[in-house]
Write a protein that binds this ligand. Structure first.
Ligand SMILES: [Mg+2]
Ligand SMILES: [Zn+2]
Length: 191
């Protein structure tokens, strides 16, 4: 199974300081939906892992979250893309749960649900904590310089980024990287 793991806010859609609490708040980043579609067309299956502490803070409820994801899924479908599943953490930091990134619980849920190893599975997000959660379970971390990491475009990478992390401008650039690496592998195999 060709599996990719993606963060949501700041990765696929614009992040907001006041949280994405309604469908109207959910706005895709430039080229993000098309990037998902290109990956799908190459046979990649995408799963989302998302901290949604707005639930624990009482800023939105499950009906709101479902409505947001309906909008997201429709927007993806219109672009020719889809995600397989959305795993989210509803807790606030003080809950000290095992699923809020940088903890890796959401990733482990994916491994269990799909019956796959996470070893080397590319995982992309806009926060260091995404990369940390990914690296802790053997995924290949990719930091996107969007959302929380927009300032990294000045050339200052966070010092707590896990070793071996890849860094890309945005989700379309991540898709370009994944697809180009696959082409190189296929060409090598056909020699
Ligand atoms: Mg994010
Ligand atoms: Zn949690």
């Amino acid at each position: 199974m060709k599996l990719l793991i993606l963060d949501r806010d700041g990765t696929l859609n614009a992040s907001r300081d006041d949280f994405v609490t309604t469908p109207a708040d959910w706005e895709p980043l430039p080229g993000a939906l098309e990037a998902v579609a290109r990956l799908n067309q190459a046979g990649w299956r995408l799963v989302i892992v998302s901290n949604q502490s707005g639930l624990g803070r009482g800023l939105l409820d499950m009906a709101n979250l479902n409505a947001i994801h309906n909008k997201m899924n429709k927007a993806l479908a219109a672009a020719g893309g889809r995600v397989e599943a959305i795993f989210f953490c509803p807790h606030v930091p003080d809950d000290h749960c095992t699923c809020r990134k940088p903890a890796s619980g959401l990733f482990l849920q994916i491994a269990e649900r799909f019956g796959v190893s996470l070893q080397g599975v590319p995982a992309a997000g806009d926060s260091v904590r995404d990369a940390q959660a990914a690296a802790a379970v053997g995924c290949e971390p990719h930091l996107l310089m969007t959302g929380n990491s927009l300032t990294c475009r000045d050339g200052n990478l966070p010092s707590d980024l896990p070793p071996g992390s890849y860094v890309h401008t945005d989700l379309p650039a991540f898709a370009d990287f994944i697809l180009a690496r696959e082409r190189v592998k296929q060409e090598a195999n056909s020699l």
